[in-house]
Ligand binder design. Structure first.
Ligand code: SAH
Length: 211
């Protein structure tokens, strides 16, 4: 269930669904998604679906991880990326295969601790995990070339936008109604922010404050 063949089947499915960037497809084929979840769930790890990871949270669907990653590297390759919502650590691991430095923040301590162990176990020295409220970004490490928000927000916190470099890009699911969001790519252009709407998505909510 966790063999390279199973992973290759997932990559083929993503390709069939329109993911074209070979850097993203290669990252997905390398990251052991089955290690990002509890063993009981791991037989389903290479299905293209979101799955529970405890604490009422989910590991994102591979297609969405691929779509978000593809979007933030489309125009130029960011060097330093902030992810808000570490969760299982899967999105961070996919990013870490492609960019130089990944900072990732999580508000639920048990998930942060599990993900930190995972990054160590997988040998990712370019992922820096913090237990903190992503509402405030990570001012000590700012600015970022790109920011990936993996929880649904009403609107993007100002602090995150202010931590983008010029021409930097942020991607986030922005609430449309009670359970759907629009994946939105925001680019910092001088004092302005340009928005591009990409896909309908469903994420767990962005919650301010640490649990
Ligand atoms: N990127 C994750 C998806 C996790 S689901 C993965 O690949 O598995 C979204 C995560 O965002 C949850 O773990 C949730 O606890 C976290 N989250 C929600 N609001 C947050 C906030 N204000 N700061 C940091 N993390 C937050």
């Amino acid at each position: 269930m966790t063999s390279q063949r199973t992973r290759d089947r997932l990559v083929k499915r993503l390709r069939d669904h329109g993911i074209q960037d070979e850097r993203v497809l290669s990252a997905i084929s390398h990251v052991p998604r089955h290690l990002c979840m509890d063993e009981a769930m791991s037989t389903r790890a290479y299905e293209d679906t979101a799955l529970p990871i405890g604490e009422g949270q989910t590991i994102s669907q591979p297609y969405i991880v691929a779509r978000m990653t593809e979007a933030v590297i489309r125009d130029r390759l960011p060097r330093k990326v902030l992810e808000v919502g570490t969760g299982s650590g899967y999105q961070a691991a996919v990013l870490a295969q492609i960019v130089e430095e990944v900072y990732t923040v999580e508000r639920i301590k048990s998930l942060y601790e599990k993900a930190k162990c995972l990054f160590q176990r997988l040998g990712y020295q370019n992922i820096h995990a913090s237990y903190t409220d992503g509402t405030w970004g990570l001012p000590d490490k700012a600015p970022f070339d790109a920011i990936v928000v993996t929880a649904a927000c009403q609107s993007v916190p100002e602090a995150l936008l202010s931590q983008l470099v010029l021409e930097g890009q942020l991607i986030a699911p922005i609430n449309h109604d009670e359970d759907t969001q629009i994946l939105t790519l925001i680019t910092r252009k001088g004092a302005d922010f340009e928005q591009e709407q990409l896909d309908w998505v469903r994420f767990v909510p962005f919650v301010p404050g640490c649990a």
